[in-house]
Design a protein around this ligand. Structure first.
Ligand SMILES: Cc1cc2nc3c(=O)[nH]c(=O)nc-3n(C[C@H](O)[C@H](O)[C@H](O)COP(=O)(O)O)c2cc1C
Length: 609
């Protein structure tokens, strides 16, 4: 990572912050603000401290390595589309028919030899310094506490290396790790993830599971850790493919797990399947806290490191954040891998304010009735794509998927209740909206085909429509209509919620002539003039089976759920910055934000702005 720092200085406009800053809230807040800017930069904090524990760390903290698309592309060494092309070429590989074809295939086959990781028989640079078990002290690492209500400090860019019980499968996954004390970490591998499947095997066999966590090294390791590779495929193959260079792995000192030789810090240990501990809360990439839940615990056996290590970390919370850029590369690289199951897929896009698993939009060639629905089922049935809650499909005549305005117009002109599919399936471990954890509503919109004929009967002004609605329910406090020039204007209302909003929707049916799509949000902490954060809120908060009604107008209840909705689970809170921390960082000139910025990204609760 020292090389990465040098590289980022030359290629990534690295910003170096020498001022002592606390690992609790201060460093994460600076990084959080930075990556939301248009021209965001990677940050190096050279003097991390922990004032509460009286620690001055020797190890610097590097954040926002994937600060923008340009750096992400430079880390790959090529555009992610180029990687996708290479994968597509491999997937389409056909047996050569002639000697000439055989010869032409040789370079490609020859380069494949670089895909497979190499196991080295000696120690790596990451093992220059060895801290034995009795001296292990996780407090020596500058582990960050991002949010005020986090259950503790968390390693947020840990590469977690595991292997199956029989040792035939290896895995790299990026899972956050809660620091419990000097020697124990919480393993937040979610139920659907590969390490969790391995853990089940060890648990059934009643055996301790070896785990090695690596931090730093080539940033591409970090990206590979979050890449949704099919179960059983080691992410280091993808590393070798992108770099066209074998990953060089060395054996952990206290277990049989192999890790890249050049990572900065290595934490080795075992997970005892008998012992679980409460993990969280943690302000997550959904922009909500994930609630407390038991997870396996790793007992650290040894820590090894380079002589001069760097601690890589990231902040998750409300979008846009660093995962936007990592996710962009993932989306591009994985397009060809979706095509075998959906051959007429042209392109897809997961906007970051849909936090990836809440919204996907896709363009396809339509060949027969029901084709879009066939794709919906395919997506909802395969790998991590099956976590996606809401999917919108358009035909090849649609505008570019990233042209938000034109795309919305195209969809709204085609939206009809008859072409909405609501069903049920698995949802992401982090989803908080489903009545039951892990299983929830799915909504698919088939916006392929022709525009609908009937549009809005009678459009009213915002003020007039609000007044008419308030005659029905005075808890409706604000209203804004979007895309009024389309066949389906979207009317967003903010309410001071005191009852089920499904009841309200029933009562509002008398205004059917003036409403095509109605979206209800809580007045607290929602700015109905900010479509970016509204989309984030709506796709996070709804369970389509419960919250979407298709009688009269299309109604969407995106309010927080609770007792009045017979919702039994705990509803988590938003991730908010700590005002005093923002104020002091602003005073010291470490951040430069104004009220518009604070409001735009929902940094503070409304009552503190
Ligand atoms: C910054 C960041 C943090 C993440 N944290 C977690 C986590 O704590 N738990 C988890 O299961 N997945 C987490 N993920 C997603 C996984 O890394 C991703 O699903 C990956 O494909 C899992 O690998 P696997 O399929 O090999 O298990 C995170 C992703 C990112 C970008």
């Amino acid at each position: 990572m020292q090389d990465v720092i040098q590289w980022l200085k030359e290629n990534g406009n690295l910003k170096i912050i020498d001022q002592p800053l606390d690992v609790a809230l201060e460093i994460p807040h600076v990084a959080y603000i930075e990556v939301k800017k248009e021209d965001s930069r990677p940050l190096l904090f050279t003097h991390p401290v922990n004032r509460a524990k009286g620690i001055e760390y020797e190890t610097p903290v590097l954040m926002n390595i994937f600060a923008n698309k340009e750096i992400t592309q430079k880390i790959f060494g090529k555009h992610p589309d180029e990687v996708a092309k290479g994968i597509e070429g491999l997937l389409k590989l056909k047996p050569p028919k002639s000697f000439k074809e055989k010869l032409a295939m040789l370079p490609r086959l020859f380069s494949l030899k670089n895909v497979f990781p190499k196991r080295l028989g000696f120690r790596g640079e990451c093992q220059e310094v060895v801290i034995p078990k009795e001296a292990v002290d996780l407090d020596r690492l500058p582990i960050l506490k991002t949010w005020e209500e986090d259950g503790g400090p968390f390693i947020t860019m840990g590469q977690v290396y595991t292997q199956s019980l029989d040792g035939t499968m290896q895995n790299l996954g990026m899972y956050r790790l809660q620091q419990y004390d000097k020697q124990r970490l919480g393993m937040h591998w979610q139920i659907h993830k590969d390490a969790s499947h391995f853990f089940d095997q060890y648990q059934r066999a009643g055996k301790k599971m070896p785990v090695t966590v690596a931090i730093g090294g080539d940033p591409l390791y970090i990206w590979c850790g979050q890449a949704p590779m099919p179960h059983g495929m080691f992410e280091m193959l993808l590393y070798g493919f992108v770099r066209n260079k074998n990953a060089q792995l060395v054996k952990s000192l206290t277990n049989d797990i192999y890790i890249p030789r050049d990572v900065d810090i290595v934490i080795e240990g075992f997970v005892d399947p008998e012992k679980m501990e409460i993990e969280g809360p943690f302000g997550d990439h959904t922009g909500y806290y994930t609630l407390k839940e038991p997870f396996p615990v790793m007992e650290v056996e040894t820590i090894t490191m380079k002589k001069d290590p760097v601690f890589a970390a990231t902040v998750v919370g409300k979008p846009p954040l660093e995962d936007k850029y990592m996710g962009w590369a993932t989306e591009r690289v994985f397009l060809p891998m979706l095509k075998p199951m959906a051959p007429d897929l042209i392109d897809y896009y997961m906007p970051e304010n849909g936090v990836f698993h809440n919204l996907i939009i896709a363009k396809m060639q339509v060949h027969y009735p029901g084709h879009a629905q066939q794709f919906m089922h395919a997506f909802w049935g395969v790998g991590q794509m099956s976590f996606v809650k809401h999917a919108i499909f358009v035909g090849e005549d649609a505008p570019a998927l990233e042209d938000h305005e034109a795309f919305s117009e195209h969809v709204l002109n085609r939206l009809s209740k008859e072409r909405i599919l609501i069903t049920q399936g698995i949802v992401d471990h982090l989803d908080h909206s489903a009545n039951e954890q892990f299983v929830g509503g799915k909504l698919g919109i088939d916006a392929t085909g022709e525009e609908i004929e009937a549009g809005m009967e009678a459009l009213l002004d915002d003020a007039v429509l609000l007044e008419r609605m308030r005659e029905i329910d005075s808890d409706i406090v604000a209203l804004k209509q979007y895309m009024t020039y389309t066949n389906n204007p979207v009317c967003v209302i903010a309410v001071n919620k005191r009852r089920s909003q499904l009841e309200l929707m029933q009562e509002l049916q008398v205004l059917q002539a003036h409403i095509r799509v109605l979206v209800i949000v809580d007045a607290a902490n929602n700015d109905i003039g900010d479509p970016y954060m509204l989309i984030w809120r709506v796709v996070n908060n709804i369970d389509a089976q419960r919250d979407v009604q298709l009688k009269g107008f299309i109604g969407v209840d995106a309010t927080n759920k609770g007792k009045v909705d017979s919702f039994e689970r705990e509803w988590p809170g938003d991730t908010f910055c700590t005002k005093t921390v923002l104020d002091s960082l602003q005073e010291e000139g470490l951040i430069d934000i104004d009220d518009t910025f604070i409001k735009k990204f929902g940094l503070l609760p409304f009552n503190q702005e």
